[in-house]
Design a binder for this molecule. Structure first.
Ligand SMILES: Nc1nc2c(c(=O)[nH]1)N[C@H]1C(S)=C(S)[C@@H](COP(=O)(O)O)O[C@H]1N2
Ligand SMILES: [Mo]
Length: 248
């Protein structure tokens, strides 16, 4: 995963130059790559209202330079807040269609249970599905690995990142005792509603084991579950993770 600054053209402005009819339903996107065998060219679609929201964009720069080949040179579709599967690299074709596009990578691939939690009981199949959409809120500790040894009696600053589908991060809570007690971490600068938000917290460990957890909440009040939700494809996991460390 990554977090970059994109420069490009709003898709809305480009589409404004096409004569879109009222019957238009979706915009279909393809890139220069083809499937190595069989069919299965990677093609994705967005609903027309989403494609015209002014945020979806055709980027030609990443972090102030040409987009690297592996990231989609020369033009990449940027769909803020949406899973990377929609971010078509080497974008070469844009088609306006008057139906719901159902190519392989929209159906059956990249779909989630069509209910509020996008989840089902383990082992069960969803009754119906919809295409995957926005990110769910997540947070990670990035400065320590699970199993790390730290120095007892010395202050430590723990760092990490939080992000969500675009509401913005309201707060990140942290626990050093496996979720029994929680406090508020210090948030870094908000670079945009879609950017990773840095956080940090400090404590002075005595000798012993610490189960570190972090839990982010968005401005809309969405937060991370303590038990993982299940879905057959395994997408959207955002359970509160635990990093176990030892101070000695
Ligand atoms: N042209 C093209 N773009 C694509 C894909 C692809 O197969 N072809 N895969 C998509 C999927 S499913 C993902 S997860 C991301 C991966 O982007 P990354 O290589 O930057 O992690 O690219 C997306 N864009
Ligand atoms: Mo993917």
């Amino acid at each position: 995963m990554g977090n970059a600054r994109w420069v490009g053209v709003p898709l809305k402005e480009l589409l404004a130059r096409a004569e879109i009819k009222d019957s238009a339903q979706q915009i279909v996107f393809n890139g220069l790559d083809t499937a190595p065998f069989g069919g299965g060219d990677f093609v994705k679609s967005l609903d027309i209202h989403h494609a015209m929201d002014g945020e979806v964009m055709l980027a030609y720069q990443m972090n102030g330079s040409e987009i690297p080949m592996l990231n989609g040179y020369p033009v990449k579709l940027i769909v803020p807040g949406y899973f990377g599967t929609y971010w078509i690299k080497h974008l070469s074709d844009i088609e306006i269609v008057d139906n719901t596009y159902e190519g392989f990578w929209m159906k059956p691939a990249y779909r989630i249970p069509d209910n509020d939690c996008a989840c089902v009981e383990p082992g069960k199949a969803p009754q119906s599905t919809r295409p995957i959409g926005r990110f769910v809120v997540r947070s990670f500790i990035t400065s320590l690995r699970d199993g790390a040894q730290i120095a007892a009696g010395r202050d430590i600053r723990v760092r990490g990142i939080a992000f969500d589908g675009g509401k913005g991060i309201r707060d990140v809570a942290y626990s050093i005792d496996g979720g029994r007690t929680w406090r508020e971490a210090k948030l870094g600068k908000e670079l945009s509603r879609y950017s990773f938000r840095e956080f940090s917290f400090g404590f002075t460990p005595s000798r012993g084991d610490y189960d570190l957890q972090v839990r982010a909440t968005t401005r809309a009040g969405e937060t991370q579950p303590h038990d993982a939700k299940w879905q057959p494809a395994g997408y959207m996991r955002n359970v509160v993770e635990t990093v176990r460390i030892t101070a000695a």
